[in-house]
Design a protein around this ligand. Structure first.
Ligand code: SF4
Length: 459
C-alpha cells in the first residue's frame, strides 16, 4: 500500500509535482525516430539520459531498443558537445551503417546551448555524412513539455528536414500519426487499404517494435516509413494529423513550407473519433467507405448496446497523454459512463479546449493538464469522489490497489503487461477490444464480490 498516505484534502501546490503523469521529451523523440526505416536514434547528452530513454521503451515494448549517445563527460558539459557529436556521427556511420541518424537534444545539451542545426551542418561540410545518408535533429529540452512534446518535435523534424516539392502533386494523403502503438499504426494502414486510400503514414513503428520472432536479430527491422516516402510528403494532396498535440505541428510545417493543406482529427479511439477519421480520409483520398468497414462499425455498436447495462453511470478516473485521453473520454461517454477525474502531465491549451467541449456531457468533471496535473492529485480527487474504474499506465496500479478498484492499463508506459504493442486500440476493432477489456474488469469484480445468492453464471 505504497500510496496509503495520500491525503483527501487537496492543497494548491506550486513548484512541486508528485508522481508525474508524463516522462521526458527525448523518450518521445527516440520513439518517433524508430518509425523511420533504417534509423539509429542518437541522444545528444550523457550516457545516463540515453540509458533511461532506452530502458523506458525497452520495458514497454519488450524489444531491444537501439540508440547511440554523445556520451558527455565533464569536458563536454563545460566546453559544449560539438566535438562529441561530430565524433559520434563519424563512428555511427562507419560502425553501424544506418541510413539516417536522428539526433535529439537533452536537458544538459540544451542548457549548454548546443545548436544541433549548426553542428549537423558542420558534420555535412566536414564530409562526415556519407553520400545518400542523412542526419536530422530535434530540440527536446526536458525541463519543458513531456515525452509527447518530444515526439511532436521529432515528427516536425521529419517533415521539415525531409519533405521536398517537385511541383507535381502525388495522388496520396499524408497521415501523420500521433503517439500511438505499433499495433495502432498497423491498424491505420489496414483501414486505409480497405478504403482504397493511398497514404504515407509517418512515423510508422509497426514492424520495428512489434517485429516477429524469426530467430535472427535485425539491427534495422523491415518496418518504418522510408526516406523516399518522407521526401514525397511535400507533394501530397493533403495531410491528416491524428492528434492535435503530437501530430498537428508536423502538418502545420508541411502546410507552411509546401502549401500542403491539412485537417486535424482526434486519434481514432472509440466509435465517434473513428467515424470522423474514416470520413476525413475518405474525403481527402476521394474514396467511398466499403461495406467491410461499415460492418466492423456495426459489430462495435452491437457490443456497445448489448452491454449498456454494465456501463451505464459508472464513474471513471483516467490519466495519460492528451491525444489519447481526448477520444478515450469521448468513447467512455458514448458507452454511457461518466469520466469524472482526468489528468495529463503534458501542457497545452488545445487539450483544455477540446476536453472542455467533450466534458459538457459530464458536468462537474475534474480535469487538469500541465506540471501540476500529477497522479497524486488524481488520487486525491478519487478519495473525494470515488470511481468504479481507473484507466492509465502501469503506475496506476498503486492507486488501484490502494482504492481496491478495477484498473485498465492504457497508454505509456506499460511495463507489467503485454498486449498493447500487438492489439490496436484505434479503429472499430480497437474500440471492440476496449469494450471487452472494460466489461471484463467489471464482471470479474462482480463475480469476485457477489454474495453467494447473487453469484450468476449467465451475465
Ligand atoms: S536529464 Fe533531462 S533528458 Fe536526461 S533523462 Fe533526465 S529529464 Fe531526460
Amino acid at each position: 500500500m505504497l500510496l496509503r498516505h495520500t491525503t483527501k484534502e487537496v492543497k494548491v501546490r506550486e513548484g512541486l509535482t508528485i508522481n508525474p503523469a508524463k516522462t521526458c521529451q527525448p523518450v518521445g523523440a527516440l520513439y518517433a525516430a524508430l518509425g523511420i526505416h533504417g534509423c539509429l536514434p542518437h541522444s545528444h547528452g550523457s550516457q545516463g539520459c540515453c540509458a533511461y530513454h532506452r530502458s523506458m521503451l525497452t520495458r514497454h515494448y519488450k524489444e531491444p531498443v537501439m540508440a547511440a549517445t554523445s556520451s558527455f563527460t565533464e569536458g563536454a558539459s563545460v566546453f559544449g558537445g560539438q566535438a562529441n557529436l561530430l565524433a559520434s556521427i563519424d563512428t555511427i556511420f562507419s560502425v553501424y551503417d544506418p541510413d539516417i541518424i536522428a539526433v535529439h537534444s537533452t536537458c544538459l545539451s540544451e542548457t549548454i546551448g548546443d545548436d544541433l542545426q549548426q553542428i549537423t551542418k558542420k558534420a555535412k561540410d566536414d564530409g562526415k555524412i556519407p553520400e545518400g545518408k542523412h542526419v536530422i535533429y530535434a530540440s527536446t529540452p526536458s525541463f519543458v513539455g513531456s515525452h509527447v512534446t518530444g515526439y511532436a518535435n521529432m515528427v516536425v523534424g521529419m517533415a521539415e528536414q525531409f519533405a521536398e516539392s517537385t511541383g507535381e502533386k502525388k495522388e496520396q494523403v499524408n497521415l501523420i500519426a500521433g503517439w500511438m502503438e505499433p499495433s495502432d499504426m498497423r491498424e491505420i494502414k489496414k483501414i486505409s487499404k480497405e478504403l482504397g486510400a493511398r497514404i504515407v503514414l509517418f512515423p510508422d513503428t509497426s514492424d520495428v517494435l512489434d517485429a516477429p520472432q524469426t530467430g535472427k536479430h535485425e539491427f534495422y527491422p523491415k518496418g518504418g516509413v522510408t526516406i523516399p516516402e518522407l521526401k514525397s510528403t511535400g507533394d501530397s494532396l493533403s495531410s491528416i494529423a491524428l492528434g492535435c498535440i503530437s501530430a498537428e505541428p508536423a502538418a502545420v510545417a508541411l502546410d507552411k513550407k509546401f502549401g500542403v493543406p491539412f485537417e486535424t482529427v482526434d486519434m481514432p479511439i472509440g466509435i465517434s473519433a473513428t467515424d470522423r477519421f474514416i470520413m476525413a480520409l475518405s474525403k481527402a483520398a476521394g474514396v467511398s467507405v466499403p461495406d467491410e468497414i461499415t460492418s466492423e462499425r456495426g459489430r462495435l455498436l452491437d457490443a456497445m448496446t448489448d452491454m449498456d447495462q454494465y456501463f451505464y453511470g459508472k464513474k471513471v478516473a483516467l490519466f495519460g497523454d492528451p491525444d489519447q485521453l481526448i477520444p478515450l473520454t469521448e468513447f467512455l461517454l458514448d458507452l454511457g459512463m461518466l469520466p469524472i477525474h482526468i489528468v495529463s502531465g503534458t501542457p497545452g491549451k488545445r487539450f483544455e479546449k477540446r476536453m472542455a467541449e467533450i466534458l459538457e456531457r459530464s458536468p462537474g468533471a475534474n480535469f487538469k493538464n500541465g506540471p501540476g496535473a500529477d497522479t497524486f492529485l488524481l488520487h486525491q480527487w478519487m478519495k473525494n469522489e470515488p470511481v468504479d474504474l481507473l484507466i492509465g499506465n502501469s503506475y496506476g496500479k498503486y492507486i488501484a490497489r490502494d482504492e481496491n478498484i478495477p484498473f485498465i492499463r492504457f497508454g505509456f508506459p506499460i511495463v507489467d503487461r503485454i498486449g498493447h504493442s500487438y492489439f490496436p486500440s484505434v479503429g472499430y476493432s480497437g474500440g471492440l477490444r476496449l469494450v471487452e477489456k472494460i466489461l471484463s474488469v467489471f464482471m470479474d469484480r462482480q463475480d469476485r464480490e457477489a454474495p453467494e445468492e447473487k453469484f450468476e453464471l449467465v451475465m
